[in-house]
Design a protein around this ligand. Structure first.
Ligand SMILES: Nc1ncnc2c1ncn2[C@@H]1O[C@H](COP(=O)(O)OP(=O)(O)OP(=O)(O)O)[C@@H](O)[C@H]1O
Ligand SMILES: [Mg+2]
Length: 313
C-alpha cells in the first residue's frame, strides 16, 4: 500500500489549484494524478460487486430522517436502507451530518442535550424511537466505535468485560473476553498482560480494544465513526482488514473521510453534502446511496461526481 492510498482524497486536494478545478483531462499533472487515483478507486470498488445488497435483509430502514440541535437542522430528508452483513460507508465534507446521522442509528443522540431526531428509523422492522423501546438495549444490539480510541482507565480485561457485566452477560466471562479479543485481532498481542491498563496500549491497539469492547456484547450492527483517522498507516490497514473480516458476521456502518478507504472496505456508499439556503443556513443532505462501485464510477448526481473526482472537498 502506498502513502497515496492512505491519504486518499486529502492528498488529491492538496495537489489541486484553482485552475485545476475545470474540466478534467487537460494534461495537467494534477489531472493525471486525479485520473489515476480515480481509476484505482474504481478498480478497488469493483471488487465489492455491482449489486451487493441484492437479496440481503434490511437491518436499518431510514425514512425522512432529520436531526436538529436546539432547533437548528444538522441533517434532513434521509431515506435509505442498510443491509445485513454489508459494509456501508458514509462519506461527505466536514459538517454534512455523518456523525449526527450515525449517532441517531443507536440512539446516541438521546445523550446530547437539544438533539431531536425526526422521521422513522426501523431496526428489523421495529421503530427504534418508539415509546417503550429501551435505548440501552438498542445500544447493546447496535454498538459504536468512536473516532478517537477511548478505552476506560481499567485493565484490558475489564475494558472488554465492562459491557458484559453491565448487561448481565456474566456467564463464561473469560471465554467471552477472549473471543472478543480474538475477533478484534488483539488476543495474540495482549493475552499475557490482560491485567495491564488499556491505556498502556498503542493507539491502534487501543482502537482494537474498543472494537473488542463493542463486539463482546454480541451486537448485530457496529457503527464506526472514522475509526482509523487517528491511526498510522499500518494500524489503519489492520482496522480495514478487521472490518473486512467482521462483515461476515456483522452489519457495519463506517464514516470515513478517506474515499480510498470507502472504496476498499465498503459494499455500499452514501454520499452526503451540505445544502446552503438563501439565508445562508447550512444543512446536511443525503445526495446518493449506491453500490460503492456505482458511486465512484457512475454517480447519478453532479455533486457526488464533483466530490469523488476531487473537485469539491
Ligand atoms: N453536539 C452538537 N451540538 C450542536 N451542534 C452540533 C453538535 N454536533 C454536531 N453539530 C452540528 O451539526 C452539523 C453536522 O455535524 P456532524 O458532526 O454530524 O458532521 P460530520 O459530517 O460528522 O463532520 P466531520 O466530517 O467534521 O466529522 C454541524 O453543523 C455541527 O456543527
Ligand atoms: Mg464526524
Amino acid at each position: 500500500m502506498t502513502d497515496d492510498d492512505i491519504r486518499g482524497p486529502d492528498k488529491m486536494h492538496t495537489t489541486m489549484t484553482e485552475s485545476d478545478k475545470g474540466d478534467q483531462g487537460t494534461g495537467d499533472p494534477a489531472d493525471v494524478v486525479l485520473a489515476k487515483s480515480q481509476a484505482q478507486m474504481a478498480e478497488i470498488a469493483s471488487r465489492h460487486g455491482t449489486n451487493p445488497q441484492e437479496g440481503k435483509e434490511v437491518v436499518l430502514g431510514l425514512r425522512d430522517v432529520a436531526v436538529a440541535y436546539s432547533g437548528t437542522p444538522a441533517v434532513r430528508g434521509v431515506n435509505m436502507d442498510i443491509h445485513k452483513t454489508l459494509v456501508t460507508a458514509f462519506i461527505g465534507p466536514s459538517g454534512c451530518g455523518k456523525t449526527t446521522l450515525l449517532r441517531s442509528l443507536n440512539r446516541m443522540n438521546d445523550l446530547i442535550p437539544g438533539a431531536v431526531v425526526d422521521g422513522t428509523i426501523h431496526y428489523h422492522g421495529h421503530d427504534l424511537n418508539a415509546s417503550g423501546v429501551d435505548a440501552v438495549e438498542v445500544r447493546r444490539r447496535i454498538g459504536m466505535v468512536f473516532q478517537r480510541p477511548n478505552p476506560f482507565p481499567k485493565s484490558i480485561y475489564d475494558n472488554v468485560a465492562f459491557g458484559l457485566r453491565l448487561h448481565g452477560m456474566k456467564d463464561n466471562l473469560d471465554d467471552r473476553v477472549e473471543k472478543a479479543l480474538r475477533q478484534s485481532g488483539l488476543w495474540d498481542e495482549v493475552h499475557n498482560r490482560l491485567k495491564a491498563s488499556g491505556l498502556s496500549l498503542s493507539g491502534g491497539q487501543q482502537q482494537r480494544l474498543c472494537i473488542a469492547r463493542a463486539l463482546a456484547i454480541e451486537p448485530d450492527v457496529v457503527l464506526m465513526d472514522e475509526p482509523a483517522s487517528a491511526l498510522d498507516p499500518i494500524a489503519t490497514q489492520r482496522i480495514e482488514d478487521l472490518v473486512a473480516e467482521l462483515k461476515n458476521d456483522y452489519t457495519i456502518v463506517i464514516v470515513t473521510h478517506n474515499m480510498q478507504q470507502a472504496a476498499r472496505v465498503a459494499d455500499m456508499t452514501a454520499f452526503f453534502s451540505v445544502d446552503v439556503n438563501e439565508s445562508g443556513s447550512r444543512c446536511g443532505v443525503l445526495v446518493e446511496h449506491a453500490p460503492t462501485v456505482d458511486l465512484f464510477t457512475r454517480p447519478k448526481d453532479e455533486r457526488t461526481e464533483a466530490y469523488v473526482t476531487g473537485r469539491f472537498g
